[in-house]
Unconditional design. Structure first.
Length: 209
């Protein structure tokens, strides 16, 4: 497999032919914020957090944009940061704020993104919507689902479909009421745990957590 030279944030790097900008960056130790990307799944690009700026100032989703020879990529710029911060602030406004008591605290992708943008939960608290806490779904014998922590990244849905060959999880509802739920016969779930270990924010947790 050939190597493709490109520049990311001023550093010359080599990427595998066919790799995306995000894959090239992560492989070379360059962090690009992302929530819906997982190395074992086909990228969906739904979170839009991995936006980068390429040669002509165009903003592209790095998880779905293949590298090209001589490409110049900026993972940070005034325009990128403006769009990215707006997305994160909206996510925080609809997310629980009890990070201290969350099982993912210290290993949470959203916390990592906030740190990269120098955002704090305390400063974002005024943005939170006044709404009722949604009940946790504890019907599965293996894991619990907390819709108040869910970022709707879709990793669990795609994992069930693409990795396990089932389609037991899906998006239900509309707008602010959208959540993840079992689609069809939930008894078919084999409790493999793949959806749980891939969840970036512990919306899905093992029963013993």
């Amino acid at each position: 497999m050939g190597k493709i030279p490109l520049t990311i944030d001023g550093s010359d790097v080599l990427a595998d032919s066919g790799a995306t900008i995000l894959e090239a960056a992560l492989k070379n130790g360059i962090y690009i914020p992302h929530l819906c990307y997982h190395a074992g799944l086909k990228p969906s690009g739904v979170c839009r957090l991995c936006l980068v700026e390429i040669d002509d100032g165009q903003l592209v989703i790095s998880c779905r944009t293949p590298v090209e020879q001589g490409m110049v990529v900026k993972t940070k710029s005034p325009e990128v940061d403006k769009v990215r911060r707006a997305i994160v602030e909206l996510l925080i406004a609809n997310h629980h704020t009890d990070c201290r008591n969350c099982p993912s605290s210290g290993n949470c992708e959203l916390q990592r993104i906030m740190a990269s943008l120098h955002l704090s939960v305390k400063r974002m608290r005024p943005l939170r919507w006044a709404k009722e806490e949604l009940p946790r779904d504890m019907s599965n014998p293996f894991f619990d689902y907390d819709p108040n922590k869910c970022m709707l990244c879709g990793i669990c849905v795609r994992t069930c479909e693409n990795v396990q060959g089932d389609s037991l999880l899906d998006f239900v509802g509309r707008g602010c009421g959208t959540r993840i739920a079992f689609f069809g016969d939930k008894s078919r779930c084999g409790s493999c745990g793949e959806c749980v270990v891939r969840c970036p924010v512990s919306a899905l947790v093992h029963k013993n957590v």
